[in-house]
Design a protein around this ligand. Structure first.
Ligand SMILES: [Zn+2]
Length: 465
């Protein structure tokens, strides 16, 4: 071998070693980068934690929702649950959704709980959603809808005991969901189910299987799929806009949303199914009043969710945005003291309300003129979720979808049960949702017609900022 050839070979080997080093370096660094992308920086990797608590009252207690119940609960059909989903985006920004098989929680209960969560976990109000299914087969909480129940002081004591226990359990859920955090992907999509019936524009006792139903409606079934990196289904969060008033017996249950959650957890073992109520304040599940019908609607809703889960869903980028505001909604002029005294002579919930209002006026010398109404906006990747307090009528959902598209999600009955939230047109028409129902909630008057444009512009502001 010539010296020059030997040198060439040495040079070649050196070059190869350099090349190998280069390739190795690329692979190594790329590997680090790739694995970092997979775990922390990836644009579609989230962290989620779920936790559940059985919140069924251990003793008999008065049930929430109907004015015509005359006695407290007698056992259960199935258990009531509170379920938490903590989500954290790629930047480490967190938020928590707690869903509950309850009629609703009032402002004082919600404020106190959210303050405690803020104090211990640093989550502000924009990062917390307390969502109730509005089941009419759950316990009364705190003093929500106080005037409709013919309860004595002993009955209220039992409600207070339950409320205290409930608050502790909900607070514990936050910590427990944080302990269970793991990597996940989040997908969203709307499905459809058509068992809601507009109760203002159809007569329940005249409906047959051939009746042409009148709207307006929103049949959407919003679905959020939370999937582990191993493709296991960690949680499914789904909604529907319809009163859980299939049942009115004195046994605890989640009504159709309860049966839907049970069905989905059966279909997907190991999954936590969480329900949220939409703008279903003027929608009822019809026909109703039997357990088989509640099971049927639950299964119909679960089948709609299953259909969405089986199809292509939108994989959401790991960016979370949370906004919150309280807007002062104006009330109309209250009734005169003479009118209140007239109503107070009867023996129904309106009389209890009128007595309560007179006592309030005597104590404070005036009535409240506005109410701080909670509105919230979450953006999970590109998925918009509008969150509203109170019993929101379907017209709000229709209006928001006209503004932001059919793919948005809307949750109502969140953070504060407030009262009914009717459109300007329904306030004008009157009736239960437009007028009288505000008495159920202890408000001194019906809403001013301005609430609709105020709420819509408030939500627009949150979504725009
Ligand atoms: Zn309701």
């Amino acid at each position: 071998m010539k010296l020059s050839e030997n040198l060439k070979i040495k040079q070649y080997r050196f070059k190869m070693r350099l090349n190998n080093l280069f390739v190795f370096s690329i692979l190594f660094l790329g590997g680090i980068f790739f694995s970092k992308q997979q775990t922390f920086g990836s644009n579609n990797i989230w962290k989620v934690g779920v936790a559940c608590k059985n919140i069924t009252p251990v003793a008999s207690v008065w049930m929430g929702g109907y004015a015509n119940r005359v006695s407290p609960s007698e056992g259960k059909i199935h258990d009531l649950w509170a379920k938490a989903l903590m989500i954290e985006d790629a930047r480490g920004h967190r938020a928590i959704l707690i869903t509950m098989d309850l009629l609703g929680i009032p402002k004082n209960f919600s404020d106190e709980l959210r303050n405690k969560i803020k104090q211990k976990y640093g989550l502000d109000r924009s990062q917390i959603v307390l969502s109730c299914s509005h089941t009419h087969s759950g316990p009364v909480v705190s003093r929500a809808l106080e005037y409709i129940y013919p309860m004595n002081s002993d009955d209220w004591k039992k409600v207070d005991q339950y409320t205290e226990r409930l608050e502790k359990m909900l607070f514990q859920l936050v910590g427990e969901s944080m302990e269970n955090m793991k990597y996940a992907r989040i997908y969203t999509k709307n499905g459809v189910a058509r068992f809601q019936v507009n109760r203002r524009n159809n007569k329940e006792n005249q409906l047959t299987s051939t009746t042409n139903l009148c709207g307006p409606n929103d049949y959407a079934v919003p679905v959020i799929k939370v999937e582990g990196l191993d493709k296991s289904l960690i949680a499914v969060i789904f909604g529907y806009a319809c009163h859980p008033t299939t049942l009115s017996i004195n046994r605890f249950s989640g009504d159709y949303p309860g049966f839907a959650q049970i069905e989905l957890e059966k279909l997907y073992p190991g999954t936590v199914a969480m329900f949220f109520q939409g703008a279903g304040a003027d929608q009822n599940p019809l026909p109703r009043r039997t357990i088989p019908l509640a099971i049927q609607y639950g299964k119909q809703l679960a089948a709609a969710v299953e259909s969405v889960l089986s199809d292509k869903m939108d994989n959401q980028e790991s960016i979370l945005t949370n906004k919150y505001n309280e807007i002062d909604l104006p009330l109309d002029n209250p009734l005169s003291m003479q009118q209140l005294q007239e109503i107070s002579k009867e023996n129904d919930y309106q009389a209890r309300w009128a007595k309560g209002m007179i006592a309030e006026y005597e104590k404070k010398g005036s009535f409240i003129k506005t109410y701080p109404y909670p509105i919230q906006y979450w953006k999970i990747g590109s998925q918009s979720l509008f969150v509203m307090g109170g019993e929101v009528l379907v017209s709000y959902s229709i209006q928001l979808k006209e503004l932001y598209g059919q793919e948005i999600f809307l949750m109502a009955y969140a953070n504060d049960i407030v009262s009914y939230i009717p459109s300007s047109a329904v306030i004008e028409e009157g009736g239960y949702e437009g007028d009288i129902s505000q008495r159920v909630y202890g408000l001194p008057a019906k809403w001013d017609k301005q609430i609709e444009p105020l709420i819509i512009s408030g939500l627009k502001k949150l979504a725009y900022e």
